[in-house]
Design a protein around this ligand. Structure first.
Ligand SMILES: [Fe+2]
Ligand SMILES: [Fe+2]
Length: 312
């Protein structure tokens, strides 16, 4: 796949973290302009002409059709449920933190995910969805036992979270591997939303995306550190082996009909597999630099979901 840049999430890991921590202590930064380098920059393999350009649909009243409304609500429900389940899954990680600074960093990540959930549920409220009823209906704290190691692409309940959020995060290695893999996977998927035809979604995504970049940088910083220390290298490798294939399963199958619909409505820009390949290329590059092996992932398209999940 042709790319204009070496890696979308090309970043100075330490600077990313230092800047965010600085923000947390009250230094201006939350209203910074979005760095143009974060914008989608991949060549589209199969062109589908969108019926609505970026930000063209200004709000719920301007929804152009029932089809548009339903597709939008479906994507927003997947994101909101994933953000909430993700926040709840991260809560136990706060007390795994090895330093005072890391208690703060892990808490910030938890707070970010709850904020993302709230913001996206708000968008659903504006679209007439009864969010409180949704919360009553589903148990977002639900997790499977760790020995159920391969859910494939199966959900285990009726909520719409990405199925990776049904797995428990049991150790600090798992937490940072999850930041490294899943927050990165989510970032790659959410990049398309920055140019979504639904303006309110695109607008809130700018803030969400900045925070996801911090989660990814947090993962990168720790994965690098634990991989390069001979005493912790093997455990880090083990955690990566667990979370990488689980993340590769979230993107959906290539050229799915749902994806084509979302692209036609201007709600997505890229094919599911293009997003997966962008993610995989970046993980590979990082792992090479950190001295880790990326396990082979074999696509089983018939097992993958018809639509890619939007995640947080
Ligand atoms: Fe995140
Ligand atoms: Fe998030």
């Amino acid at each position: 796949m042709a790319k204009e840049r070496k890696t979308m999430f090309d970043q100075d890991i330490d600077r990313e973290i230092a800047e965010r921590m600085k923000d947390e202590y009250g230094v201006a930064g939350s209203d910074r302009e979005l760095d143009p380098r974060w914008r989608a920059s991949f060549k589209i393999v199969e062109e589908i002409k969108p019926e609505h350009g970026p930000g063209e649909v200004e709000g719920p009243e301007q929804s152009p059709s029932q089809e548009y409304r339903e597709a939008l609500i479906n994507l927003l429900e997947m994101q909101a449920d994933s953000e909430l389940a993700g926040a709840l899954g991260y809560v136990p990680c706060v007390k795994m933190a090895p330093t005072v600074e890391e208690f703060l960093a892990a808490s910030m990540i938890v707070k970010d995910e709850f904020r993302h959930a709230r913001v996206v549920y708000k968008l659903l409220e504006y679209l007439g969805i009864d969010v409180n009823a949704r919360l009553q209906e589903h148990d977002f704290t639900l997790r499977v036992e760790e020995d159920q190691t391969d859910l494939g692409t199966r959900r285990v309940a009726a909520d719409k979270r990405v199925n990776i959020f049904y797995y428990p995060i049991d150790t600090w290695y798992d937490f940072v591997a999850f930041n490294f893999c899943m927050d990165r996977g989510a970032g790659h998927q959410l990049e398309d939303v920055l140019e979504s035809s639904y303006k309110p979604w695109a607008r809130v995504m700018e803030g969400i995306f900045k925070e996801e970049k911090f989660h990814i940088a947090h993962g990168d910083s720790w994965v690098r550190q634990l991989a390069q220390n001979p005493e912790t290298h093997d455990k880090m490798q083990e955690a990566l082996n667990k979370w990488y294939p689980r993340t590769m399963n979230i993107f959906g199958r290539p050229r799915s009909s749902k994806n084509k619909l979302y692209r036609r409505l201007g709600l997505k820009k890229r094919d599911n597999d293009e997003v997966r390949q962008a993610f995989a290329a970046e993980v590979k590059e990082r792992c090479q630099a950190f001295g880790l092996q990326v396990s082979e992932w074999k696509p089983e398209w018939e097992r993958l979901p018809e639509e890619a999940f939007v995640t947080g």
